[in-house]
Design a protein around this ligand. Structure first.
Ligand code: SAM
Length: 224
């Protein structure tokens, strides 16, 4: 709640704009249909970055429900959607990823970007993702992951533990949410272990792609 108004500018500062490239790559991988109505759920959708990209990539054919537990983030998302003229394609839903307020088999795709790491019971959230997808539906998760290059890892750790909380303090007036961010990244399972969790939730053809040496990774699965 404290950082919602400065959330987007902080993402640019912390990642030197890289979060935009990773999010674009996620939506390219999703490849929403451009010729028919299609319904997608973006969980932990925050201020709408993924949902806006999906609607634009679908040339206005996609309907996206943006779900987040945090009403302040959703409020910023609603305002941004109005300004971009995308509001008709979007619904904003305040709810918990662990307990989705939707019927079984409701969505063609489920996306979650930089969100699952924050959920206390990840297997429960993955189970909910599986439940609300239609047969043939796609699961995509973008998340910070394990860096696979030693030099990059050293630089990344220095940047994360020293610079990010200070930037957070300067920009939002509070370094604590950004200390939490860095600590939660360090605790999150690596690529292989997270892929195993996705398989355990029932998904098929589970794969992942590293971005920027593994700073982020995109995991993909299908409900078949
Ligand atoms: N997806 C957006 C993006 O990539 O810019 C926002 C990511 S932000 C780092 C993490 C989001 O996860 C926050 O908006 C937070 O409120 C949301 N979140 C945390 N726990 C959640 C939960 N249990 N259910 C739904 N959303 C949650």
């Amino acid at each position: 709640h404290k950082v919602a108004q400065r959330y987007d500018v902080m993402n640019d500062l912390m990642s030197a704009g890289m979060h935009r490239v990773w999010k674009d790559a996620m939506v390219t991988a999703l490849n929403p249909p451009k010729d028919r109505p299609w319904h997608s759920l973006d969980v932990a959708g925050g201020t709408g970055d993924i949902a806006f990209r999906i609607v634009e990539a679908s040339r206005g054919n996609a309907q996206v429900d943006v779900l987040d537990i945090n009403g302040s983030m959703l409020e910023v998302g609603r305002e941004r959607a109005e300004k971009r003229g995308l509001a008709d394609n979007l619904a904003f839903v305040e709810a918990n990823a662990e307990d989705l307020p939707f019927e079984d088999g409701s969505f063609d795709a489920y996306t979650i970007a930089f969100g699952i790491r924050n959920v206390p019971d990840i297997p429960k959230a993955l189970g909910e993702a599986y439940r609300v997808l239609k047969r043939g539906g796609r699961f995509l998760c973008l998340e910070f992951s394990e860096v696979d290059a030693p030099l990059l890892e050293t630089l990344y750790e220095k940047w994360s533990f020293n610079a990010i909380p200070r930037i957070g303090q300067a920009v939002t007036g509070d370094g604590e949410p950004y200390r939490y961010l860095v600590e939660s990244i360090a605790k999150f399972p690596n690529q292989e272990n997270f892929a195993a969790m996705i398989r355990n939730a029932g998904f098929s053809r589970v794969t992942y792609t590293n971005y920027t040496g593994g700073i982020a990774a995109l995991h993909s699965g299908w409900k078949l």
